[in-house]
Design a binder for this molecule. Structure first.
Ligand code: NAD
Length: 482
């Protein structure tokens, strides 16, 4: 019997295959990034478990695609209600394994429930169309579920990222085999339990953990798997997109970013500077849409830099379970090394480090919010995604120059801008190369709006009708009466 949701216990870890929770002889440890302690042992799928998951998904898909959409929606809505009921316990497990403060984990669980609700309701409106035809002829454009989806979710949003993939696939009538991150497995297990408790038939959702390359190669090559859905880094995304292409499978790739924030002269330097430091406490900057390069008008630059540095220095770092904590640990030791190396390079290039910039001594994967200004253009941090709590500040004098700076990288996921001028907003809307532009606020993604990137940040969209339609294929039927 699994223990997946009561109180504050970290859940039992298992694979889910054909509606059964399975353990294997081999396992991986799951670590708490705030103190390095071991939270649990994660079973590892071998060839047998991968084959069993595919066979289960084949049966699950046959059943699920012929389940009435209204019944599919009812199950998803029941699961969403269970996620809301169990939100405290799920958030607690998420904070233990991922590090973000509880005040961030809880809204993530509620967001996941919201994604289930939106997809469940929208599934009832996955309309096709009837094309006008000559008498006696009917042209019907039908949307069918694409089939079995192989999905891969990362460690930065262990609840909402799997939720996007599961909710979209199931709402569209697909079966899904999900490989969440091995470093943060609990959220997917707790979500799968909610779906089982809500009545999801066996085989429709399967969870595999193990060696990522082994699982992705086996799934993507299998003829029964018809679609690939990945959120993660650009290099892994390009590798999986190439595999998907080799096997002629459609793919949605939600990859990295290096989001610019253009701060025009009409802005409040004090509020936005302090706000920049606070924005980097969100998941300690480990978000693909995290605002990262503040490109600030000359007239505000020094005030903005001073406000960011002052607020960053006051932020309280600690365990995500402590209600006073404003920034938790990074998710793993790899990130601390990567962020620290970028800071060291910027320092060596001559950038000004105004707050943070030193790896703290002691246990845990901590790194403070670090404010860096006057950054030479060739510093690595201006080109590589920091995926950590770095506030990078550059200056501009002319809006075209700022737009060119924003567009200068191969990434194009989120971008932000602050201006009181409608004319400037108009130029920004036309000029910025990205998938999600937010003007005068920092919200880049809602269940009802499409989310995804351009350039190296990927292709395809999650969320909204675009995200749901991605799990479908179009069949045109021409029917002649005789
Ligand atoms: P990584 O490139 O090793 O792994 C990224 C993710 O891909 C992990 O979840 C991993 O389990 C998975 N993965 C790796 N190889 C795979 C394979 N062959 N098949 C299937 N899945 C595979 O990097 P990392 O150290 O875990 O993360 C660091 C970088 O990842 C960050 O710098 C950031 O750019 C990126 N990232 C992006 C997002 C996002 O939301 N777009 C989320 C997490 C990480």
């Amino acid at each position: 019997m699994m223990t997946v949701y009561p109180d504050t216990a970290y859940p039992d870890l298992a694979l889910l295959i054909d509606g059964e929770w399975r353990r294997t002889a081999a396992s991986l440890p799951v670590l708490n990034p705030s103190d390095g302690s071991t939270l649990g042992a994660l079973p590892v799928a071998g060839a047998g478990e991968i084959a069993a998951a595919i066979a289960a998904a084949e049966r699950g898909f046959t059943l699920w695609r012929s389940t009435p959409p209204a019944e599919r929606a009812r199950i998803l809505l029941r699961a969403a209600a269970l996620l809301r009921e169990r939100a405290d316990a799920i958030a607690h497990a998420s904070t233990l394994e991922q590090g973000k403060p509880l005040a961030q984990s809880l809204p993530e669980v509620l967001r996941a429930a919201g994604l289930f609700e939106w997809d469940a309701n929208e599934a009832l409106r996955l309309y096709g169309r009837v094309v006008p035809a000559e008498p006696g002829m009917r042209h019907l454009v039908l949307r069918e579920p694409v089939g079995i989806v192989a999905a891969f979710s990362p460690w930065n949003f262990p609840v909402s990222s799997p939720a996007r993939k599961i909710a979209g696939a199931l709402a569209a009538g697909c079966a899904i085999i999900l490989k969440p991150s091995e470093e943060t497995p609990a959220g997917s297990i707790q979500m799968a339990q909610a779906l089982i408790d809500a009545g999801l038939p066996a085989g429709v959702l399967n969870l595999l953990y193990g060696e990522p390359a082994r699982i992705s190669e086996a799934l993507i090559a299998h003829p029964s798997v018809r679609m690939v859905h990945f959120t993660g880094s650009v290099p892994v995304g390009k590798h999986l997109a190439a595999l998907a292409g080799a096997h002629m499978k459609p793919a949605v790739m939600e990859l990295g970013g290096h989001a610019p924030v253009i701060v025009c002269a009409s802005s409040d330097a004090q509020a936005l500077g302090a706000g920049a430091a606070v924005m980097k406490t969100r998941n300690a900057g480990q978000i693909c849409i995290s605002p990262t390069r503040w490109i600030v008008h000359d007239s505000l630059y020094e005030a903005f830099v001073a406000a960011a540095a002052e607020r960053a220095a006051s932020l309280r770092m600690g365990s995500g379970l402590d209600p006073a904590t404003e920034i938790g640990p990074l998710a793993n030791a790899r990130r601390v090394d990567a962020v620290d190396a970028l800071v060291a390079d910027a320092r060596a290039c001559g950038a000004r480090i105004l707050a943070g910039g030193e790896r703290p001594v002691g246990k845990g994967c901590f790194y403070p919010v670090t404010v860096i200004a006057d950054i030479p253009r060739d510093a690595r941090v201006l080109h590589e995604e920091p995926f950590g709590p770095l506030v990078l500040i550059q200056r501009f004098s002319d809006l075209d120059e700022a737009i060119a700076m924003a567009n200068s990288l191969p990434f194009g996921l989120a971008a932000y801008a602050f201006t009181d001028s409608a004319a400037e907003a108009d130029r920004l809307i036309d000029g910025i190369e990205c998938g999600n532009l937010s003007i005068n606020h920092y919200v880049a993604s809602l269940p009802e709006t499409p989310f995804g990137g351009v350039k190296d940040s990927g292709y395809g969209r999650e969320g909204a009708i675009e995200g749901l339609q991605a799990y479908t294929v179009v069949k045109n039927v021409s029917f002649k009466a005789r």
